[in-house]
Design a protein around this ligand. Structure first.
Ligand code: PMV
Length: 327
């Protein structure tokens, strides 16, 4: 017997980092799928295979390696083993989990949240449970808390529910399954991998060392997010772009931008983007730019000329969902 689930990826339009301490943030899902297939096996062990990374490891139920294929495979797949282990209640049943993801890893597009929610959802189907979205989100959020310090839960919420969400204090305040009329969003990847936890840690340090300065920047960021929600509803593209630039300045002030990101952001703005900012944890990873239909191609080309990889994707209105089999 086997069961599968598919999850989208995500981008954060406004409010990353400040959302960790209770601010509002706006995020949406994009159609880069992560597909997980879970199946029972006869032998009592857990095999994890990543198709796109060409890795496969079989672990005993206690986490010892039985077989391994691919460079550094044990190290790279062990966090997923730990996640699966903490979700399993039956020690006796062998399992194979196959992952096929189009989301670049560690680039701020929610790859780990996408894998987590797709695993949770496919294991639920495999074991005959119906899990509501709220339960999937809570399970993924608590797994993420075990992995890195103080996540806000925005990645897990976005890829679970799908569409565009306004997120605050561990909750989805509003969800749009249809996109408000938006200018074009271009995603540029610096190709520089980094750890979100490290950058969340940097901001926590700043907040501890300079509480007043942090509070001032956080208030500003909350105002920007509030105005962005309004500009989105009203279809005020110019204003939305200007707010993205303001958001980027605040992210620079809390120390989470990086030369690789600044380079692509400047290139996009110079080519006529309405606005541009980093997306996600910063330090590298991805940036986004807003552009009109008329200059979207020029902005994309400028990002590429500056050394970025343009990730082509569309808005996805669905979050994680089971895959229907035709067999
Ligand atoms: O996982 P990333 O890199 O997309 O970043 C998630 C957003 C942060 O605000 C930086 C962290 C969080 O938990 O909200």
């Amino acid at each position: 017997m086997k069961a599968g689930s598919s999850s989208p990826a995500k981008i954060i339009l406004f409010g990353e980092h400040f959302v960790v301490n209770g601010n509002s943030a706006i995020a949406m899902t994009i159609d880069l799928p992560t597909i997980v297939i879970a199946e029972y096996t006869e032998v009592e062990n857990i095999t994890i295979a990543s198709k796109n990374l060409n890795l496969e490891v079989t672990f005993t139920m206690n986490g010892r390696i039985q077989r391994s294929k691919g460079v550094n495979a044990e190290h790279r797949l062990h966090p997923i083993f730990k996640m699966i282990r903490s979700l399993l209640h039956n020690d006796k049943q062998g399992l194979k989990i196959s992952i096929d993801s189009r989301v670049p890893i560690g680039m701020g597009l929610g790859s780990s949240a996408a894998i987590a929610v797709a695993i949770i959802s496919s294991l639920a189907t495999l074991t005959g449970r119906t899990m509501q979205k709220d339960e999937i989100f809570q399970a993924a959020y608590s797994l993420e808390k075990q992995i890195h310090g103080r996540p806000s839960g925005i990645d897990q919420a976005t890829v679970t529910y799908g569409g565009m969400i306004i997120y605050r204090n561990g909750k989805v305040e509003t969800r749009y399954s249809e996109l408000p009329k938006l200018p074009r969003i271009i995603i540029g990847n610096t190709g520089k991998r980094r750890s979100t936890g490290e950058y969340v840690g940097k901001v926590t340090q700043l907040r501890t060392d300079h509480p007043q300065e942090y509070a001032r920047l956080s208030n500003e960021a909350q105002k920007v997010a509030g105005r962005a929600i309004f500009a989105l509803k009203e279809g005020k593209d110019q204003e939305l772009g200007a707010l993205m630039n303001e958001n980027q300045t605040l992210l620079e002030r809390i120390g989470v931008s990086a030369p690789s990101l600044d380079n692509l952001i400047v290139a996009a703005r110079t080519a006529g983007a309405l606005g541009a900012k980093l997306t996600g944890g910063g330090g590298g990873g991805c940036m986004i730019a807003l552009a009109n239909d008329t200059n979207a191609a020029t902005v994309a080309q400028a990002i590429q000329n500056a050394g970025g990889e343009v990730i082509s994707s569309q808005f996805a209105k669905d979050g994680v969902k089971p895959i229907e089999w035709n067999e």
